[in-house]
Ligand binder design. Sequence first.
Ligand code: ASP
Length: 328
Amino acid sequence: MSRIHIIATGGTIAMAQDSTAGGAVLSLSGSDFVQRMMGPETPGLPNLTHEEYGPLPSSHFTVEHLWGLRERVSAAVNDPDVDGVVITHGTDSLEETAYLLDLTVPSDKPMCVTGAMRIASQPGYEGIANLIAAVRAASSTAARGLGALVVLNDEIHSARDVTKMHTQSLATFSSPSWGPIGRVEAERVVITRRVERDIIVCDHLEPRVYLFKLAVGMDADLVQPAIGLGARGIVVETFGGGRVPPWWLDAIKAAMDATVGVAVTTRCPTGRLYDPYRYEGAYHDLQDLGCLFGHELNGQKTRLRLMAALSLASDLHELAEIWYAGTG
Ligand code: ASP
């Protein structure tokens, strides 16, 4: 029988109402999860082991927490007795943890991240159902080689595509560009689309990477202070297929002159970067400047990829080589 290791990190899935605190607080541990999963309604579960990490609301994660969790997951998948790992996590930054695992843990064993939108003391709490689905996905041979997966609401999403779409809905996770890659149907795990992995092997993340989202008419005055504070990278969520106002070109150039890596993505929820224009600030200007293109990765994931690439690069030339190695 296979063995799945659960790493419990906190989040709403582990929270319940506490009258003294006057709201929901962390209250379920890994062993509570395992106990609640077992029963006549859940036949065929694998052997389960568990450990705690945190626990934390996911908005409290630092880059060190994130990397520390990555190290725990990596150790678990490298254990020959473990067939897959499930991480219970707050939904707020869940997609970032999942993406980091996908990007930096090269194992073929499934790494499934799950959470919940309702607290455990609320009617309709979906945490245990999500956890059971994640355990089933993690123990499925069909899920091997697909990297990190996000499993909620019986849907299986690739970490690269998925994002939190809604502040309250149970169906908050979706992959707006390409849809889920599979589903958990009772005890069956169905994978309908296989994704190719993009891996950067590194041993830490460069933390000094800042994310700027463009809005109409926004000045670029905060780029220089970021450089002054020691930024090693900046990510710009540009307009549409990759366009910035002309005055952002100078700021981007100043960042690069100071050996700060600049990656660009789009503020649109879906789609790759490209445009045919030759007006100032459009795609070709960003390309000519040597910006790194995040394409379909959203801003927060582009930032993580830049943090990983920067940890290996000693100059911007090397950074570009690492950035584009193995990608289109
Ligand atoms: N409080 C939460 C978090 O830790 C939100 C959630 O889990 O849904 O992200």
